[in-house]
Design a protein around this ligand. Structure first.
Ligand SMILES: *[C@@H]1O[C@H](CO)[C@@H](O)[C@H](O)[C@H]1NC(C)=O
Ligand SMILES: *[C@@H]1O[C@H](CO)[C@@H](O)[C@H](O)[C@H]1NC(C)=O
Ligand SMILES: *[C@@H]1O[C@H](CO)[C@@H](O)[C@H](O)[C@H]1NC(C)=O
Ligand SMILES: *[C@@H]1O[C@H](CO)[C@@H](O)[C@H](O)[C@H]1NC(C)=O
Ligand SMILES: *[C@@H]1O[C@H](CO)[C@@H](O)[C@H](O)[C@H]1NC(C)=O
Length: 259
């Protein structure tokens, strides 16, 4: 009788322990991605880098309006892999006439931007080897989202089928982050190949139209870069407050469970 009781009591204790353990182990992962006060030593702020170099305002405005900047920053924060980004100058966007970017859906625009990045840091010297392993997958994916590289007497040439261009300068190249300037916007076959549906073009949904149009308004922003950068930092602040309030909620929720 007594042993039975001991068994029940101890197994209940075990259950309690394991469930509180589970809570303990379950709650930290929701908190771990947000410790903002500790800056990593090799942290590179891509927004800062893109706004001082270039001019790359059009590319940066697209990255911010689609939030792809967060994906790239996240990849840049991953010091194991790092990131290589091909950045077209503002003039590359303004001279792009034939396939317009204006009719792209938000998802297509995101893919087009991710098509400009490789999920690994490559120094310029490594592109000699990379040309042997072409096509190379981009952050947008493989297949028709892969890029071909060729080394032409020390210059890195890039081909996407639609676009043939080259790296015209190295903006930044220190281990987790490489930023190379290119002369043209890289256009993937996956978007421009064959499948532009003409039926959908006349009736763009209201959600898509503002996203596609906002970077077009960068002519006015280009005149006042200070105003656009203050808008950006404001939106950053808003998102970090959102994260903070979620953190507070999560912590208080965790406490409530223990009490
Ligand atoms: C990247 O790292 C910095 C510094 O550690 C951090 O403030 C920022 O929130 C991180 N961004 C992303 C998208 O992971
Ligand atoms: C390129 O590949 C060769 C042979 O595969 C290797 O020996 C060399 O170290 C590589 N170079 C770079 C820069 O990765
Ligand atoms: C990339 O290279 C592969 C293999 O050499 C080739 O089959 C493909 O057509 C090339 N693609 C482009 C877009 O140049
Ligand atoms: C974009 O859509 C407009 C109509 O909304 C059309 O006139 C134009 O040809 C389209 N452009 C492309 C590149 O499909
Ligand atoms: C990166 O720089 C931008 C522009 O200066 C700033 O608004 C943002 O807060 C910075 N991000 C981080 C994570 O420090």
């Amino acid at each position: 009788m007594a042993s039975k009781f001991v068994f029940i009591a101890s197994s209940m204790l075990l259950l309690l322990c394991s469930s509180s353990m589970a809570q303990k182990t379950a709650s930290p992962p929701s908190l771990s991605p947000t410790p903002a006060p500790a800056p990593a030593p090799d942290y590179v702020n891509l927004t800062d880098l893109l706004s001082v170099a270039g001019p790359f305002h059009t590319f940066l405005d697209y990255l911010v309006s689609t939030k792809v900047i967060e994906t790239l920053q996240n990849q840049a924060n991953n010091t194991e892999e790092g990131v290589t980004i091909f950045v077209p100058k503002d003039s590359a966007f303004s001279s792009l006439k034939k396939p317009s970017l204006k009719n792209l859906t938000n998802d297509q625009l995101k893919s087009l931007l991710l098509f400009h990045a490789l999920p690994h840091y490559y120094s310029l010297a490594e592109f000699t080897n990379l040309s042997q392993s072409s096509p190379v997958n981009t952050l947008a994916g493989g297949g028709q989202y892969a890029l071909n590289f060729t080394d032409v007497s020390g210059t890195v040439h890039i081909s996407s089928g639609w676009t043939n261009t080259k790296v015209s300068s190295s903006v930044h190249s220190t281990d987790p982050v490489a930023l190379y300037q290119v002369d043209k916007v890289l256009l993937p076959e996956a978007i421009f190949g064959t499948d532009i549906p003409p039926a959908e073009a006349p009736a763009p949904t209201p959600e898509i139209a503002p996203a596609a149009d906002s970077p077009a308004a960068d002519k006015t922003q280009a005149k006042s870069p200070t105003s656009s950068s203050s808008q950006k930092s404001a939106s950053y602040r808003v998102t970090s407050w959102g994260v903070l309030s979620q953190m507070v909620l999560a912590v208080s929720g965790g406490l409530a469970m223990f009490l």
